[in-house]
Design a protein around this ligand. Structure first.
Ligand code: ITT
Length: 198
């Protein structure tokens, strides 16, 4: 596998996908499509949304396309923000807006009850069809303040077992353990088998 298109407009995701899938050449589909269609993420699960993005955008290029649908699942909030992670604080919410809303919604909840996990589903698609999906997750807790300047999204609030937040890890450290790494490792194995058998 020499090159794969990635159907994401999220720069944080794109950077991590590139680093994790090295040496495969990763091309953002939004760099090659002049008028990309709008993807409406109205599925009921990470998997449905990943497939939807990948299937729609893979109709416009020749080759494999991967789409990543991911988010944060917080137990004390009944699984929210979940599939709505990107727009938790509103349609055009920034990462900071979302983090502040999360802190607010967890106001008064003690640390023992702040369990959370990051989830990532990668859909591998071609010519409008999903070939396979791959799942990854990473468990932690939601802290009481934003800490760290690396990563993106909810990383500054996501506390690991060692007390650091995901945003306090170097990109190499995050990419060795993350939900995205788990899903992409499964994808890599799958692609290796495909190329061995073709
Ligand atoms: P695309 O659909 O274009 O890929 P998006 O940002 O809208 O970009 P999602 O719908 O999958 O993507 O939403 C993912 C959100 O979940 C993202 O905006 C972050 O807020 C959060 N998220 C996902 N992975 C994360 C990670 O590794 N660290 C922190 N937050 C993450």
């Amino acid at each position: 596998m020499e090159k794969i298109f990635v159907a994401t407009s999220n720069k944080g995701k794109l950077k991590e996908i590139k680093e994790i899938l090295k040496p495969i050449e990763i091309i953002s589909i939004y760099d090659v499509l002049k008028n990309p269609p709008d993807v409406v993420e109205d599925g009921n699960s990470f998997e449905e949304n990943a497939k939807k993005k990948g299937e729609l955008l893979s109709r416009f290029v020749d080759g494999f396309v991967i789409a990543d649908d991911s988010g944060l699942v917080v137990d004390a909030l009944g699984g929210k923000p979940g599939i709505y992670s990107a727009r938790y604080a509103g349609e055009n919410a920034t990462d900071l807006d979302n983090n502040l809303k999360l802190l607010n919604d967890l106001n008064g909840v003690p640390f023992e009850q702040r369990d959370a996990k990051f989830v990532c589903v990668i859909a591998l698609c071609k010519s409008g069809k999903t070939i396979e999906t791959f799942y990854g997750e990473y468990k932690g807790k939601i802290g009481f303040e934003l800490k760290g300047g690396n990563g993106f999204g909810y990383d500054p609030l996501f506390v690991l077992d060692d007390g650091r937040t995901m945003a306090e890890l170097s990109s190499d450290e995050k990419n060795r353990i993350s939900h995205r790494r788990e899903a992409l490792s499964k994808l890599k194995k799958f692609l290796d088998n495909v190329s061995k058998n073709s």
